[in-house]
Design a binder for this molecule. Structure first.
Ligand code: ATP
Length: 235
């Protein structure tokens, strides 16, 4: 499409110490679009999200967000500018209540007010005074996403959000992701469940060995058996 990407990752390279993990990652996402990052364990998906959000010690290439270059900015500056990461380990404060976890995430100018988020996540409503560590896995994931939304992001990066959750919760999350698109968010989803990817995503980027090796829409991916067996199936 002729749409301008909101986030554009170009020739991104990244290192952990001497290990050269990202070898040239290229992808982009527009407002109101959801793209997936697919790949086997160790392909570099989490490292890519960490590089975008300023959490990798050494990065080269470009990460353009609106007109702005993100590489070199501190993680809190990137977060404040509107790029939110929902990490795999969820990053909630287990000893604080749900309400406290939400309160510390809030930003003054977000369209996601506390009232709106509570309406959006009715499953958290009766848990507000519960320590976050006592929530079920599904509730913890809702809380993590709720916290990310309260920071008022325009780009949401989700690292395996459905991992280990019951099918009914997964379904709920998938419809939530679709809704976030209609709100104009640009969403990047790292997801192992192929069916979920085909359902919610507009475009897919397959990463292997630290670089993007294939790009296409859901129709192309569903028919690309060779690509799937070469880059996605387990050995
Ligand atoms: P997964 O599905 O397992 O999360 P992934 O595609 O997200 O896979 P990454 O976590 O990005 O993969 O890992 C990419 C490579 O970087 C792997 O070889 C991994 O061993 C390495 N790596 C990850 N974290 C570190 C670290 N903190 N220090 C050194 N190497 C790391």
């Amino acid at each position: 499409s002729a749409r301008q990407p909101l986030l554009s990752v170009e020739a991104l390279q990244g290192w952990y110490g001497k290990s050269h993990i990202l070898q040239g990652v290229n992808f982009d996402v527009c407002e109101g679009e959801l793209v997936t990052l697919l790949g086997r364990n160790g392909a570099g998906k989490t490292t890519t999200l960490r590089a975008i959000t300023g959490l990798l010690p050494r990065v080269e290439g470009a990460v353009r967000y609106g007109g702005k270059e993100l590489i070199g900015l501190a993680p809190h500056v990137i977060a404040r500018s509107g790029v939110a990461l929902v990490p795999e380990n969820r990053g909630i404060f287990a000893g604080l209540t749900v309400q406290e976890n939400l309160s510390i995430a809030i930003r003054r100018h977000s369209i996601w007010t506390m009232a709106r988020v509570r309406e959006f996540f009715p499953e958290l409503e009766h848990r507000l005074n519960t320590p976050a560590g006592k929530l079920s896995g599904g509730e913890q994931q809702m809380l993590t996403i709720a916290r990310a939304l309260l920071t008022g992001p325009r780009v949401l990066l989700l690292d395996e959000p459905t991992e280990g959750l019951a099918p009914v919760i997964v379904e709920r999350l998938v419809s939530l992701f679709s809704h976030l698109k209609t709100e104009g968010l640009a969403v990047v989803l790292v997801e192992h469940n192929f069916e979920i990817c085909l359902t919610v995503a507009d475009r897919h980027f397959i990463i292997d060995g630290g670089e993007i090796v294939w790009t296409g829409d859901s129709d192309s991916l569903a028919n690309a058996e060779d690509v799937i067996s070469r880059h996605l199936s387990l050995e």
